[in-house]
Design a protein around this ligand. Structure first.
Ligand code: HEC
Length: 116
């Protein structure tokens, strides 16, 4: 199971380096969906109470508060990937991926996802 995600992560790394874009939809599609949500699709005590399944859920999270718009260094979501603690069990995110998340939060953490 983890191997399957490693493959996706590899392809993903290539994609991000070609198409760097710090929008929420890009970060969601290329990072959260492939490397995070299979562990964080609902908030439970065993996954740190972290649910990353949608913009609304991420921004609405209070315990812990995941994102503080404009302040990446104070945002647990950013610190967890910058420290390399997340994604648990996978290779750390690339510098480019980490930078996309930093920039998205620094830019105010707006939602660019189109309603489905
Ligand atoms: C294999 C399962 C798994 C994957 C994949 C995973 N997480 Fe986690 N995550 C956990 C567990 C378990 C915890 C709680 C225990 C801990 O903190 O180690 C956690 C905790 C967290 C926390 C809470 C604070 C902290 O840093 O401990 C954040 C934020 C987080 N994860 C973000 C992410 C992000 C972002 C990704 C994808 C890049 C990700 N996680 C991928 C299992 C996972």
């Amino acid at each position: 199971m983890v191997n399957q995600f490693r493959w996706k992560a590899l392809v993903l790394g290539l994609f991000v380096s070609i198409n760097a874009n710090a929008s929420f939809s890009n970060i969601y599609d290329t990072i959260f969906e492939l490397k995070c949500i299979f562990c964080h699709d609902e908030a439970t005590p065993t996954n740190g109470n972290v649910n990353l399944s949608s913009y609304e859920v991420i921004m609405g999270s209070a315990a812990p508060q995941l994102v503080i718009p404009g302040d990446p260094e104070a945002s647990i979501l950013y610190r967890s990937i910058k420290d390399g603690r997340m994604p648990l069990g996978l290779d750390p995110l690339s510098n480019e991926e980490i930078e996309l998340v930093r920039q998205w939060i620094a830019d105010g953490a707006v939602n660019s996802q189109t309603p489905q």
